[in-house]
Design a protein around this ligand. Structure first.
Ligand SMILES: [Zn+2]
Length: 52
């Protein structure tokens, strides 16, 4: 798919967390690739409110 190729330009393992490289529990929204743990820490800084 074209989308897959685009995302692979972001470096090693397009489907891994940009911060810790984890591949589990990825949150792929808002143009970010964070795992749930990192997303939870960064969400407030990125302007997201806690949604749980
Ligand atoms: Zn992470």
């Amino acid at each position: 798919m074209a989308e897959e190729q685009k995302k692979q330009r972001y470096g090693r393992g397009a489907h891994s967390c940009q911060l810790c490289g984890r591949k589990q529990g990825l949150v792929r929204r808002y143009h970010i690739n964070f795992c749930r743990q990192c997303f939870r820490e960064w969400a407030p800084r990125l302007g997201f409110k806690k949604m749980n």
